[in-house]
Ligand binder design. Structure first.
Ligand SMILES: Cc1cc2nc3c(=O)[nH]c(=O)nc-3n(C[C@H](O)[C@H](O)[C@H](O)COP(=O)(O)O)c2cc1C
Length: 175
């Protein structure tokens, strides 16, 4: 049986002028339209980073949200064939709350659509005893896939991929 679940949406980019906000503008209403889950957000722009990672207040906030979540959707760009440092700081801020939970990825970037970042994240989450979902939504040359007000040019294709991803994520979260 599918229960009402809490899904944490984690953004990888905290960059000023980030494209992540365009992705979020499509993704968040689409997830709400699915309707049957609670969505919570973990966003680098709302956190404070220090040379050692998150500051104490941010680390506590992130840990409490990761603990609350039944599953995760990570929205990450690719920076130099990897994922952003802000995302690593979020991931490393706690250990046990990740255990035995599923993780799905929405990635974006240039030619690779962020897939090289996702492949690295799969290795990281294996160490956290978390389950990375095979399916991804990947946006190559992401900025060419949305009109100037942020609507995807091919909503059917994108929403279809997201629906498959979410179905798998929910299956694992229930398992
Ligand atoms: C420092 C940096 C490195 C990047 N390296 C890559 C890369 O290796 N491969 C790629 O496809 N895109 C790369 N890009 C392009 C980004 O994936 C693209 O600009 C994306 O929109 C960045 O996400 P953001 O705007 O939400 O931070 C890079 C961008 C930056 C800022």
């Amino acid at each position: 049986m599918t229960e009402r679940l809490t899904i944490a949406l984690i953004y990888g980019s905290g960059r000023e002028g980030r494209f992540a906000d365009t992705i979020a503008g499509w993704l968040e209403p689409e997830l709400s339209a699915l309707g049957y889950h609670d969505i919570i957000r973990i966003d680098p722009v709302e956190l404070t980073f220090t040379p050692g990672g998150l500051d104490e207040a941010s680390a506590q906030l992130v840990e409490s949200r990761i603990s609350r979540a039944d599953a995760f959707l990570i929205v990450t760009p690719e920076y130099n064939h990897a994922y952003p440092a802000a995302l690593k700081a979020i991931i490393d801020s706690c250990f046990r709350p990740w255990h035995a939970k599923p993780i799905a990825f929405v990635s974006y970037g240039g030619v690779s659509g962020g897939l090289r970042a996702v492949e690295q994240l799969r290795l990281v989450f294996a160490e956290l005893h978390a389950v990375a979902i095979r399916e991804t939504v990947s946006l190559a040359h992401a900025w060419t896939q949305f009109d100037p007000v942020g609507n995807p040019f091919r909503p059917g294709q994108l929403n279809g991929q997201l629906a498959v991803l979410m179905k798998r994520l929910i299956w694992w979260a229930n398992a």
